[in-house]
Design a protein around this ligand. Structure first.
Ligand SMILES: NC(=O)c1ccc[n+]([C@@H]2O[C@H](COP(=O)([O-])OP(=O)(O)OC[C@H]3O[C@@H](n4cnc5c(N)ncnc54)[C@H](OP(=O)(O)O)[C@@H]3O)[C@@H](O)[C@H]2O)c1
Length: 368
């Protein structure tokens, strides 16, 4: 199963919107077939492994990181393919949370007389598909908020300068986290200050994440670097008024999508939980936030953050610099948002911390 998980990881950046899945077929202690799911529309991991094994699959054991599907999606059911191949035993790490599958794949295998087992390396399989599982079970993607900060927790100097707090190794690591995300989310303050491209660079990349900009008053310049290249999604609080209307026409004319998503009770605010539901409807599993303290705080306050990805540089910049979250003044520690540390390691000269909001404390540990 560990080998099947390693195979599944090959689809880390490309399997979306599907889960990352790997499969190993073994007979008499020998691996006779391997596969993983590379991208939507391609055969599933089990099919690749069965093709490699050929007739030797009869009587073999399959180790699959996720329950084989039992429904016709973009491809026919894998449970049927395993039955047809004459497998003797199927071991899965995790039941598929997709309501279209959810136990039906295993039931089908059992009904065909195949011996089944589940739960082997389930935590690892769950971690690998944390976004897919979140979308299937909560109707929202997994939101990972990335920030680079000084050791005293500051993300930008008072004059707005933030590039580059961390070193090249941490920045390269940040690009690897971007690459696995389905979308990168930022807000207009960051675009005005830094004019970032928010693309995946300096590593092989078959798929660029969708870039999403929260721009409540539609201020983004058509020349902004986030609007160059692939179409972006611009989320605004309103498209009313002649100026907003004209600007929307310019942006849509450039191929971008403008999505009005006003909050019910406050002007010039985007309804962030509604945005997460919209992301789920777009089949986005993992969202990577790279924004300033303004949007970071809004997301946190709206309970729209699942995980922090923090890079801490070994320098201090003082109190006049900006923090990670523009939170309102707190009068009691009990009201402070809480996290639990999930993983901590040094990347180059910097420290990388993964922390999850306290409600996710029971989540599985990260793979080293
Ligand atoms: N070190 C890092 O990792 C890092 C990363 C990115 C940016 N930065 C730095 O952060 C600074 C920019 O900070 P910032 O706070 O201005 O940037 P920001 O968070 O990217 O953008 C702030 C904008 O987002 C809007 N906003 C926030 N929540 C909203 C909601 N729910 N609905 C609608 N609009 C919402 C704000 O609207 P209102 O004006 O109405 O509040 C404001 O216009 C720059 O200096 C940049 O260099 C640092």
């Amino acid at each position: 199963m560990a080998r099947a998980i390693a195979l599944a990881e090959r689809g880390l950046n490309t399997a979306t919107p599907n889960p990352r899945v790997g499969c190993v077929l073994m007979r008499d202690g020998v691996v006779i077939g391997e596969g993983w799911h590379p991208h939507a529309g391609a055969p599933h991991a089990e099919v690749f492994a069965l093709r490699q094994a050929g007739a030797a699959a009869r009587g073999a054991t399959a180790y699959v990181t996720l329950e084989p599907c039992a429904h016709f999606g973009r491809t026919p059911p894998c449970a049927d393919a395993l039955i047809a191949a004459g497998l003797e035993r199927v071991v899965i790490a995790l039941e598929d949370p997709n309501p279209l599958v959810a136990g039906r794949g295993l039931a089908r295998l059992k009904a065909a007389g195949i011996d089944t087992a589940q739960g082997l390396l389930a935590d690892e399989a769950r971690e690998l598909n944390i976004g897919f599982i979140s979308r299937m079970t909560r109707g929202r993607p997994w939101v990972r908020l990335k920030a680079a900060a000084s050791l005293d927790g500051k993300t930008a100097l008072e004059n707005g300068l933030s590039q580059w707090l961390t070193g090249p190794a941490a920045r390269a690591d940040g690009h690897r986290w971007r690459a696995r995300a389905c979308a990168i989310l930022t807000a207009i303050g960051t675009v005005k200050a830094d004019d970032p491209q928010l693309t995946v660079r300096d590593l092989p990349c078959e798929r660029q994440p969708l870039r999403v900009l929260i721009d409540p008053r539609l201020e983004v310049a058509p020349t902004a670097r986030i609007l160059q290249g692939a179409p972006a999604l611009i989320v605004t609080a309103s498209t009313d008024g002649a100026r907003a209307h004209a600007h929307t026409s310019v942006l849509t004319g450039l191929g971008h999508r403008v999505l009005p998503l006003p909050a019910a009770n406050a002007s010039e605010r985007v309804d962030l939980p509604a945005l997460l539901r919209e992301f789920a409807a777009l089949e986005l599993n993992e969202i990577h936030v790279e924004a300033g303290a303004g949007l970071n705080a809004s997301l946190l306050a709206a309970n729209c953050v699942d995980e922090l990805l923090l890079y801490l540089a070994p320098l201090a910049v003082g109190n006049s610099a900006r923090g990670i979250f523009d939170l309102p003044v707190l009068t009691a520690l009990e009201s402070a948002p809480r996290f639990s540390f999930h993983d901590c390691r040094q990347i180059g000269e910097d420290l990388r911390i993964l922390a999850r909001v306290a409600t996710h404390r029971q989540a599985a540990p990260a793979r080293p």
